[in-house]
Design a protein around this ligand. Sequence first.
Ligand code: SAH
Ligand code: SF4
Ligand code: F3S
Length: 476
Amino acid sequence: MLEFATEKLQDEGRQGEAFAPFENDPNAYKRRFYIESYGCQMNFADSEIVASVLNGEGFGATRNLEEADLIFINTCSIREKAEQTVRKRLTDFKKIKSRKPALLIGVLGCMAERLKAKFLEEEKLVDIVVGPDAYRNLPSLVEEAESGQKAVNVLLSRDETYADISPVRLNSNGITAYVSIMRGCNNMCSFCVVPFTRGRERSRDAGSIVQECTDLFNQGYREVTLLGQNVDSYYYLPSAEEENTIPVTFAMLLEKVAAISPLLRVRFSTSHPKDITDEVLHTMARHENICNYIHLPVQSGSSRILQLMNRTYTHEWYLGKVKRIRQIIPDCGISSDIIAGFCTETEEDHQETLQVMELSRYDMSYMFFYSERPGTLAHRRYRDDVPEEIKKRRLAEIVALQNRLSLESNQRDLGKSFRVLIEGDSKKSEKDWMGRNSQNKVIVFPKENHPYQKGDYVQVRVDDCTQATLLGKIIL
Ligand code: SAH
Ligand code: SF4
Ligand code: F3S
């Protein structure tokens, strides 16, 4: 699932096991980079591409800011607050630079793309600005910056997918990994900046996706999440030179990845409700290892607002889709993204959002109040006319309802048993494991004296829960 409620820091650029050679041989890399990522999982996946490109140029990763020669911040523009967080973090980096003038600071990702060279005027101590499609160019941009020039590349591409670059896993648990299957978005939801920061939609070569997932499995990974802004419109047309020239749809791609091993779980994110097909649902139902979980952002429950948002479905149509999912995959987990207080939203519109949530029985949602983004259709066409305190009050009501729905969803699982993939120790105690069931719910359970390890599957019976977590016991 795409974790968009992530304006907070998620990744401190920590070294993954992939950096072991660096630990063993401090001379292997002459210079060191530090990278911090914000925003969606696609940005986190991109940082792993960046790490791979930089490793190739003799830069090793460090998690220690003070010893970095290069600091990168991979940025998000989705809401104003996301950009404020980045600016605040940049002031910390600039302090380090004032003590250490040779240090280079690079801004990557969506905010770099949105602001382009303007970034350099606004943030004087930034040396490098690189958009999401220009990471191959990083070595020469770094070189340019080292020679004292400001370096910028924010060109968007129609075909860049970094298909041949093997990501260096950062901050990995060694069990679950994200795999990018497409880039960009063609949907033009009126509130959204992504089509402007990430460019046109393009699908990555299916063979390279299957290869990456196979390599991950062979390295011990047991779960891959296929990433795209709108995965259901994945469509790969092989070139005439390729052995197999049959076009690959998302359902076919799922099937191919699921076939790698029954021990490899497959997840995906995000599904636009208008594009998820019965074929995908039937493929999910057919394969035990394709997880029964769909992130299906509704955004609003009001058909009038949905039209202004350019989402191309109505309240009723969305509920029909949820019903269809539950028909084909009865135990499917469903989550959502919801925006409170979009332009012209009335109290009735808001009530319809609460109603869709209730009827869809979401297990979880990411909830936001509307934040106007420069350049988007909504910014050009509509007035951001819902007062902030009303947006916040409606958001609080949405959050309160979701809290109840999440608790009810977890309570329905009491007494059930689930196959759980162990991801590691629980946050609170080394005596407990933490894992997820197919529906993407977190389950915590005591290790007891069982000989299990992370990466193993275990059967767990749920006997207690909080709103966020199921608590259980291994059953034999
Ligand atoms: N591609 C995904 C989501 C991309 S952005 C999809 O189509 O669902 C992630 C979430 O951020 C969106 O689903 C939306 O709920 C939220 N979001 C996007 N733009 C926003 C804005 N301007 N203000 C508030 N929330 C926004
Ligand atoms: Fe943004 Fe809509 Fe594309 Fe999602 S589908 S990234 S919300 S434009
Ligand atoms: Fe943010 Fe860009 Fe992702 S705007 S949500 S990092 S695609």
